[in-house]
Design a protein around this ligand. Structure first.
Ligand code: BG6
Length: 474
């Protein structure tokens, strides 16, 4: 059985905060809005006017990604804590607009280069393996306003200049490369994933979304091509958000709907990036929705030639598919689902299902037959800091213990699993709802939804539990 690396993950926009020098990106213009429904969309799906008004915010506006977890101010302290924890692999992302503030500069900002250089060298010295997400949602906002984000083919060129910078600077330090976080998120969350704006009437243009995704597929293949040309040692992967669908009933129509929904929502992007071609079912979907990708022969050749070395996914909870109109709505990552009577849920309604993770591992490995990495998993919860500086998060320990057991079981059953990364290992701003209150970390950050607090770090009970687990699982 392959040895699994156990680790933790953050993303630049959720962790770093602005620090000193950085261009505005698509996360920086998302306000915190108190939640009103199971599916938080108001701060995820932005119009052009929303973005423009965020460029000159009024004094009441609250843009949490500009603070993040004040990672820039706490970098060394956090790296000390990760080392003390005994992390075996750390996943982090590079802020595109910290290196290229508008996305179109010819050369990178040297202060930004120095910042990541410091982190990578420290991780290397500590013997912690590095998993780099080149782009975790945040896109320089200028690229959205001036050229339509990923709908524009030119964005591939700008991305490639960024990717080349990253590969040339840190190619010898990084173990795993991921061109895009949760690439299928672009379909549900077009602003976060693709820099595609919602129309004033609230709708989206499918043509724009799927062209933008196509451009990301090409950018991903070109990044792998570049990595091979530069002789980069690390492996290149792709990543999707996985939802582990169950039919609400054994009704044949529910099961058929499951298969069809799963194709579009979950597998499509990974099928392209891992197999190297558009699957048959997308041809039907594109015809039904009058989507014209405007793909070139060269695009299709690149996709076929530069497929990913490993497949990775995020998994938080499972989902239900039904043909009934009336199922009870339930929240989930990126998309709302239905209530599963056999499962309990988090305070945010995400249903807790370790067996769903075991199932997902089998499905992913069976479908792609490539090494698998769980690039995100964890439990978002309200935590309470006690007067003596403790956080008793037994619910998170319980979530980890059950999910880790399911992971080990899947590995024992033959899944070639290389690494697991606990999401938001340090508390960070939530990507879905822009809250600080939704905490995943084993390290607590003293800050609230509107930026009050000292941003001091505290070890939760789960820190000690995970540290012990990491020592026993080397
Ligand atoms: C994934 C994203 O979709 O889910 C992360 O890649 C995100 O950026 C994570 O933080 C958890 O979602 P949320 O909305 O609870 O932050």
């Amino acid at each position: 059985m392959q040895n699994i690396l156990w680790g933790g993950a953050t993303s630049a926009s959720q962790y770093e905060g602005w620090g000193t020098r950085k261009g505005l990106d698509t996360q920086d213009v998302r306000p915190y809005l108190p939640r009103t429904s199971v599916a938080t969309t108001a701060t995820r799906l932005l119009t052009r006017d929303n973005v423009l008004s965020a460029l000159t915010p009024d004094s009441d506006s609250n843009y949490p990604f500009r603070r993040g977890a004040q990672g820039i101010e706490h970098t060394d302290e956090d790296l000390d804590l990760l080392e003390e924890l005994g992390l075996q692999i750390y996943r982090l992302s590079i802020s595109w607009s910290r290196l290229f503030p508008t996305g179109t500069e010819e050369t990178p900002d040297l202060e930004g280069i120095a910042y990541y250089d410091h982190i990578f060298r420290r991780l290397n010295r500590a013997g912690i393996k590095i998993f780099v997400t080149m782009n975790h949602y945040a896109l320089p906002v200028e690229l959205v306003l001036s050229q339509g984000g990923w709908t524009n083919r030119k964005t591939i060129l700008h991305y490639l200049r960024f990717a080349r910078t990253v590969l040339e600077h840190w190619g010898d330090l990084v173990d795993y490369w991921l061109p895009f976080n949760e690439i299928n998120a672009g379909y549900f969350s077009p602003f976060n994933g693709l820099g595609v704006l919602r129309k004033e009437d609230g709708s989206y243009d499918y043509n724009q979304i799927f062209r933008a995704l196509h451009h990301q597929f090409v950018a991903s293949a070109k990044t792998i091509q570049l990595g091979r040309q530069l002789g980069i040692k690390g492996q290149f992967g792709s990543m999707i958000a996985c939802f582990c669908y169950y039919p609400l009933t054994p009704k044949p129509e529910d099961n058929l709907k499951l298969v069809l929904d799963e194709q579009i929502n979950q597998w499509f992007c990974m099928d392209v990036l891992s197999k190297g071609y558009y699957p048959y079912y997308m041809k039907r979907f594109f015809a039904q929705h009058q989507v014209d990708l405007a793909e070139t022969t060269e695009d299709l050749e690149l996709l076929a030639a530069y497929t990913c070395d490993f497949v990775s996914f995020s998994y938080y909870s499972s989902s239900i598919v039904t043909t009934e109109e009336s199922g009870q709505q339930q929240a989930g990552n990126l998309v709302a689902t239905h209530k599963n009577p056999y499962l309990k849920a988090s305070d945010w309604g995400w249903q807790i299902d370790p067996t769903g993770l075991q199932t997902t591992l089998h499905k992913v490995y069976d479908r792609y037959n490539k090494p698998v990495i769980i690039s995100e998993n964890g439990f978002g919860a309200h935590d309470q800091l006690t007067a003596d500086g403790k956080i008793h998060d037994d619910y998170r320990i319980d979530y980890f213990a059950k999910h880790f057991a399911a992971i080990k079981q899947a590995a024992a059953e033959g899944v070639d699993l290389r690494a697991y990364m606990a999401w938001g290992i340090i508390d960070i701003v939530s990507a879905g709802s822009c809250e600080m209150d939704k905490r995943y970390g084993v390290i607590y950050v003293d800050a609230d939804n509107v930026g009050n607090g000292s941003y001091a770090r505290y070890k939760k009970d789960s820190f000690h539990w995970y540290r012990n687990f990491l020592q026993q699982n080397r």
